[in-house]
Design a protein around this ligand. Structure first.
Ligand code: DQA
Length: 137
């Protein structure tokens, strides 16, 4: 079972960025914990601040991997291109957000990914990534 976590812009700052919203842990540290919890899964991680790189990664993995966990961060609310990429690939995509985007500013309520996601997990902090992995097992 091959699963990749794809994180979008500013999520490289996890641990430093607005810790009251996003927590104190870096994603690299959390990813180590995740890997140890799911030994049976081949788990990969990709982060980019660049929209086209996220689209390229979705194309690269989207016809061979078993699952994609996508937190497109701010691009969730703006990127028709990432939404189209999710629609165009075969691997199911679970959309994850650390914060509850529906309890935040209005502009965060829209998602260009949601209409083509297999499922959506929001507001559970970093634990949302673990829940998303479980949903593929
Ligand atoms: C986020 C929510 C987005 O609105 C925001 O732009 C992010 C992170 C989250 O995980 O809660 O960067 O995707």
């Amino acid at each position: 079972m091959k699963i990749i976590i794809i994180n979008g812009p500013n999520l490289n700052l996890l641990g430093k960025r607005e810790p009251t919203i996003y927590g104190n842990s870096t994603f690299e540290d959390y990813f180590k914990t995740l890997k140890s919890k799911f030994n049976e899964v081949e788990l990969f991680y990709f982060q980019s601040n660049i929209e086209g790189e996220i689209i390229d990664k979705l194309h690269e993995v989207g016809f061979s991997y078993d699952g994609i966990i996508l937190n497109a961060a701010a691009y969730t609310h703006t990127s028709v291109g990432i939404g189209d990429a999710v629609k165009g690939i075969e691997t199911p995509v679970i959309e994850v957000h650390i914060s509850n985007i529906h309890a935040r500013e209005e502009f965060r309520h829209n998602s260009f990914i949601a209409p083509n996601a297999a499922g959506i997990i929001v507001g559970f902090g970093l634990k949302g990534y673990e829940l998303a992995i479980q949903s593929f097992l």
